[in-house]
Ligand binder design. Structure first.
Ligand SMILES: [Cu+2]
Length: 277
């Protein structure tokens, strides 16, 4: 099937980096080849009809019409293939994405809030617990509205998005203004961020690296610049990054509970801060 990925590559699709992405790639590949075959078939038929029924050859209309059943069989085959694609592949894959979420304990949960024109990421920090959030606390320096009085939020990380590889990631998506769309092209997943709603989405990254986060909804004049970065780390690199962030927070006057002193082990060099605020 990989040789059939020619069309996906030609259209500029980046290599897949999530566990479910291959299924989406296969559907895309098949649909593109199928549509290509339909295009060639219908084009050939169109040209044939133009020549066969040209005015100079048959000036008088034939009111009996087509008597063979070939076109009916062809049409039925197309409908059948499309029904198999939809009912056999697309709907089951979609149902799995929206109904079969990984258990909360197994998954790595992240909060994401879109705003014109940036993505805000909120990670629970070394204690694994999210701090309380409130709309009243939202400011330019506190884009996620973390409650400064909640001890659980002291070690929370707001700004960068790092996740460990080979572990399901659940993203709880929201928006602070208009409808955005959290799109991870390399992970083959996207979901709309809607003001007033908390939209869950999930994927399992299977390759470490730095990936682009973009907005998939035309959300205003700065839409094209609404980008962020997702870094997928090995578990060891992720722990090292957490330690470094905890140390950084400690040096800024908000010591996280029980944060160990730095071992001076740097995280992945590709890590870059996402735009926030
Ligand atoms: Cu947007």
């Amino acid at each position: 099937m990989s040789s059939l990925a020619l069309i996906n590559e030609f259209l500029g699709q980046p290599p897949n980096a999530s566990s479910h992405g291959y299924q989406i790639d296969h559907i895309l590949e098949f649909c593109h080849w199928f549509m290509g075959a339909l295009f060639l078939g219908w084009s050939a038929f169109f040209i044939f009809v133009l020549i066969r029924f040209r005015k100079s050859r048959r000036p008088v209309a034939d009111h009996a019409g087509v008597t063979s059943g070939i076109s009916t069989h062809l049409e039925f085959s197309v409908v059948l293939i499309e029904a198999v694609l939809l009912l056999g592949f697309a709907i089951p894959l979609w149902a799995k994405r929206v109904n079969q979420f990984p258990p909360g304990k197994e998954a790595f949960v992240v909060h994401v809030a879109g705003q014109q024109f940036s993505w805000n990421f909120h990670l629970p920090g070394p204690d694994g617990q999210f701090g309380r959030r409130g709309v009243g606390f939202v400011s330019n320096s506190n884009p996620m509205g973390l409650d400064p009085n909640d001890p659980a939020g002291k070690d929370d990380i707001v700004g960068e998005l790092h996740v460990p590889v080979n572990r399901p990631v659940i993203i709880e998506l929201s928006s602070k203004d208009v409808i955005h769309d959290f799109f991870l092209p390399d992970m083959r997943i996207a979901a709309d961020a809607i003001p007033g709603s908390l939209i869950p989405m999930w994927f399992t990254p299977i390759k470490t690296g730095t990936y682009e986060v973009i907005c998939g909804q035309l959300c205003g004049l700065g839409h094209s610049g609404m980008k962020g970065t997702l870094v997928v780390d090995t578990p060891a690199d992720y722990q090292a990054w957490l330690k470094e962030r905890a140390e950084l927070a400690g040096s800024q006057g908000a010591p996280p509970t029980g944060a160990p002193k730095a071992e001076n082990k740097s995280p992945q060099p590709a890590a870059s801060p996402s735009p926030s605020g």
